[in-house]
Structure formats: C-alpha cells, structure tokens
Design a protein around this ligand. Structure first.
Ligand SMILES: NC(=O)C1=CN([C@@H]2O[C@H](COP(=O)(O)OP(=O)(O)OC[C@H]3O[C@@H](n4cnc5c(N)ncnc54)[C@H](O)[C@@H]3O)[C@@H](O)[C@H]2O)C=CC1
Ligand SMILES: O=C(O)C(=O)COP(=O)(O)O
Length: 482
C-alpha cells in the first residue's frame, strides 16, 4: 500500500499538524459521530494510544478496548443499506455518511477518498481505478451475496478486506422463484395486466399446474439448494447442474452437463455467480436444447443470459415464458425510465407476453435486508476494531480473542503482507524483544495476514514496532491497535 492509513494524533508533531488541519464532518454526515479529528490525507497507519484511552474514558463500560478514537473512523454507506447497519455503526462512534442510491464513478471517487470503510450492495462498482483513489480504505462491506462488483484481487493486494453476507437473502430469492414458476405456468401477470385494462380473458390453454413438472436448477449453492427443497415440497421433480459434485437434498438429481439439464427441465432457473465462465451461459444453443414450451428464470446476474437470444426464443414460441430479475446494465437508482440507450434490447423485451420483469428484487425483503445489515455491520466492526477477518471473501481468515483493557501496555499488530518466504523470520526478529502473547498467521494465494498480541510495550516500543514493520519489503498494510 503506498499511502498509509491512520493517524497518530499524539506521538508525532507532524501527524498532529495534519490533524489540526483537518476539517469537521460535512453537513451530509449522519448524526451520531462526534466532530472529527480526521485528517484529509492521514500520513500514518496506526492507531493512537492516547486517543484510544480518550475514547474509552468517554465510554467506561463495557471493557472492550476501543483501540483508537472510533470517532475518527469514516464510513460511507451507499444503496440504502439497512438502518440496522447504520445504527450499529453509528453506535460505535464512527462517522457514517448514508446515501439511498449508488453513485456514478466520478461521485464515488470524490466520496471514497477519505473513508476507512465503504458499504455497498450489488450496483456500486468498486474497480481498481476507483479504489486507487481511496487513501484510507481498509475494508469493504458488500451488503448482499454477490461480490462481482468489487475487484477482489486488487483489493486484497492493496490490503483492503472485503466481507459479504453469504446467505441472509437466499430464502427470499428462493421464495421469489417459487412465485415466478407458478406465475409463469398460469400466465397470471398477463391476465392481471389485461384486467387492469378492463379485459376479461378467462383461458386455460397453455396454463399448467407445476405438480409433476421438472425444475432444472443451474448452480446448486445456497439459493439453488433451498429452492430444490421448496420445489419438491410442491410436487416438482428437481434436476441440477453444478461445476462441483454436490450432495442432493431430497430426491433431487445432479446431472452431468448443462445440455442434459436443458433437455430434461420444464423450468430452468439460474443461480450461479457472475464469472467469466457464466457469461452468456444461456445463449442460443442452450435455448435450442430446452424443451418446446419450457420456461427460463434468471435471478442470478444479468450477464448470465444472452438477452437477444432469449427474445428470439420467446418470439418463436420455443419458450412459453420467462422471468428476469437482473440485467446487464442496471440503473443506479429508482426512477421512471430504464436506460434504453444502454440496453437496446429493452424495448423488444418489454413487449413480450408472459415475460415477468422485476427490478432486481430477489433479496429485497425486510427480513433479508435487516439480517444482512446486522451480519455485514458486525463484520465491519470486528475488522475495524479488532482486525478479525473471519468471513472475508478475499483475505486469509484470521482472528484472535477480543481485545480487553486488562493490560494497558499491550498492542495488537495487524500485518498484511505478500506471501513470500522469510516473512515470519523477519517479523519475529522485530517482535523478539517483547512478549508475544498470541500470534496467528494465514495465507491465501499471494496475500498473507498476521495478527499478534504483544504485551509489555510502551508508546515508544509501539512506535518502533510500527516503523520496523512498515520498512519490511513484503509489507502491504500495518495497523496497530492499542
Ligand atoms: N436477484 C437477487 O436479488 C440475488 C441474486 N443473487 C445471485 O445469485 C448468485 C448465487 O447465489 P448463491 O446460491 O448464494 O451462491 P452460492 O455460491 O452459494 O452458489 C453458487 C453455485 O453455483 C455454482 N457454479 C459456479 N460456477 C458455475 C458454473 N459455471 N456452472 C454451474 N455451476 C456453477 C457453484 O459451484 C455454487 O454451487 C449470487 O452469486 C448472486 O449473483 C444472490 C442473491 C440475491
Ligand atoms: O445479494 C445479491 O447478490 C443480490 O443480487 C442482491 O443485491 P441487492 O442487495 O438487491 O443490490
């Protein structure tokens, strides 16, 4: 990491000056944080002992160490993340800036510059270009399942941990799909639209029960497996295709190829992540392999279905219906128009019969959103306050017991580094003069992460530890909590 991250407001005059030059939080900040000592471009990456004591003096109990002045931490929350998360983060004393929508790239670059943490959902694209502008960012919270919107590798290589909520909205998606299967089989969105226009159209031709039909699930993960159980309970047979061999639930049967699944299923539903391998996974050849008069449902990602090919299959009657919740270019905020300039296929699509179009609402239920808010909010707090990376999607997972105020002469070292030979020897030489209470290290690909609790250190020792770790050639990010 070229630009270090956190301020030391006590131990260095240079840093103190930076702190004095800093501005108060802008008017758009949510209430809850106290006036900030936040430096525009903080020159150091460690947390101040005196500031932490200041913070803990303000809140004497409980005895969980606030290892820095929590009110210095800035968090940007986009895309209307749930209020449960907003309140949790505010209650830590962090400065929380909240926006209902995602931001375009220029706005995002402007906003991300000084924040330590950002919370997003599926719309906000955190590209290398955007993240490179973030001077203090140490953690990203994706308040959703998908993490394809973040350049995970770049983030890891620059010491930025990414967390998500791997299954808090799975049930909501599975229930939506069950609703869509019945809606498509009975053409009920068409009947409803007709009656809204005063047209009574009582028909049974082309309308079916779902009992006894076959559901083909592509991607038998959290959502696919949950859906499998629900579908069987309603009398459907289930086949699934996955790149991994996965134990089936109930009577579901794994098939060997996508082609086989397409040939067997009456309903094909997609539950794979956005990956290069899943791009246009359902295109003309797969649609051709599907049964005549079958149905397609996509609640995964817009990249997975080739929409022009789907339009053709609907127009020829090959498909009797389809349901889309996700699209290649989704708008940043709610509003009257879908951007037809970006999505030339939108107009022909919108005119098709028995085609359900929903605005990416698969995970949008009260239950899912509050559970996600709590889960990701907690992960952010654990990482910021304690360095725990349990549940991170791009980082080695490491945790040590919670910090306490038992020993004031204690420091927790968080050291993200390149996974190369010789690091532990070097680091342990740096630690050698002190008492290491606990140390844990884990690697993931090119990145490794070491946490160590060291006791019997004074402010000077801490400063020295920090400087020495910062000078190591394999360092990506050093944070000290005390
Ligand atoms: N519409 C919405 O609001 C929501 C959409 N999603 C999307 O649904 C996706 C799936 O979610 P989960 O079930 O939680 O994910 P998961 O990670 O639990 O399961 C995905 C499954 O897909 C399989 N897979 C990966 N590549 C594959 C390939 N090329 N062919 C066949 N199988 C493949 C994996 O092995 C895994 O079993 C998410 O990645 C997200 O993009 C998730 C939540 C809400
Ligand atoms: O959880 C996911 O991956 C989703 O697609 C839901 O995204 P959202 O939180 O609605 O932007």
């Amino acid at each position: 990491m070229t630009s270090p991250k956190y301020i030391n407001s006590e131990l260095s005059n240079q840093f103190q000056n930076a702190v004095k030059m800093s501005t108060s939080p802008s008017a758009s900040f949510m209430p809850g944080g106290s006036p900030s000592q936040f430096a525009g471009s903080p020159p150091s990456s460690y947390f101040p002992a005196a500031a932490s004591r200041r913070a803990s003096m303000k809140t004497p109990a409980p005895k969980l160490l606030k290892p820095f002045a929590t009110e210095d931490i800035k968090i940007l929350l986009l895309e209307n993340v749930n209020q449960a998360a907003v309140e949790m983060l505010q209650s830590q004393g962090y400065q929380v800036e909240f926006h209902k929508t995602s931001l375009n790239e220029d706005e995002l670059i402007e906003k991300i510059r000084d924040v330590h943490a950002i919370g997003i959902r599926s719309k906000t694209k955190l590209t290398a270009r955007v993240m490179a502008e973030a001077r203090n960012l140490v953690v990203i919270g994706c308040f959703c399942i998908g993490v394809n919107q973040v350049d995970l590798e770049w983030a890891a290589k620059h010491g930025i941990a990414v967390f998500n909520s791997p299954f808090s909205n799975s049930r909501s998606v599975a229930e939506l799909v069950i609703g869509e299967i019945i809606a498509l089989a009975r053409q009920f969105t068409d009947r409803s639209n007709e009656l809204h226009q005063g047209i009574w159209n009582k028909v049974s031709a082309g309308c079916w029960e779902i009992r006894g039909k076959t559901l083909g699930i592509v991607g038998y993960g959290h959502i696919g497996a949950q859906l499998s159980v629900l579908a069987e309970s309603m009398g459907m047979s289930v086949v699934y295709y996955d790149v991994l061999p996965i134990m089936s639930l109930g009577m579901a049967k794994q098939v060997n190829t996508l082609d086989e699944l397409c040939r067997e299923a009456d309903f094909v539903t997609l539950h794979v992540p956005a990956l290069p391998e899943t791009e246009n996974m359902i295109s003309a050849p797969q649609l051709a392999a599907m049964k005549n008069g079958s149905y397609l449902i996509n609640c995964s990602r817009g990249t997975v279905v080739d929409i022009p090919a789907l339009i053709d299959a609907m127009k020829t009657g090959k498909l009797a219906g389809a349901s889309l919740d996700v699209y290649p270019n989704e708008p940043a905020k709610n509003g009257p128009y879908f951007d037809t300039a970006l999505n030339a296929w939108f107009e022909p699509l919108s005119k098709l019969k028995n085609l359900i179009l929903t605005p990416h609402i698969g995970g949008s239920t009260e239950e899912a959103q509050s559970a996600i808010g709590v889960e990701v909010g907690q992960a952010l707090i654990k990482y910021i306050n304690e360095g725990s990376t349990i549940g991170a999607v791009n980082f080695p997972e490491v945790s040590l017991r919670s910090l306490t105020l038992e020993d004031e002469n204690h420091v927790r070292v968080l050291y993200v580094h390149s996974n190369v030979p010789g690091v532990l020897r070097t680091v342990n030489e740096i630690f050698a003069e002190h008492n290491i209470d606990k140390q844990f290290s884990e690697s993931r690909g090119d990145i490794a992460y070491l946490m160590a609790d060291i006791s019997g250190v004074n402010a000077e020792d801490i400063r020295e530890l920090y400087d020495k770790l910062e000078r190591t050639p394999f360092k990506i990010l050093t944070r000290l909590l005390y």
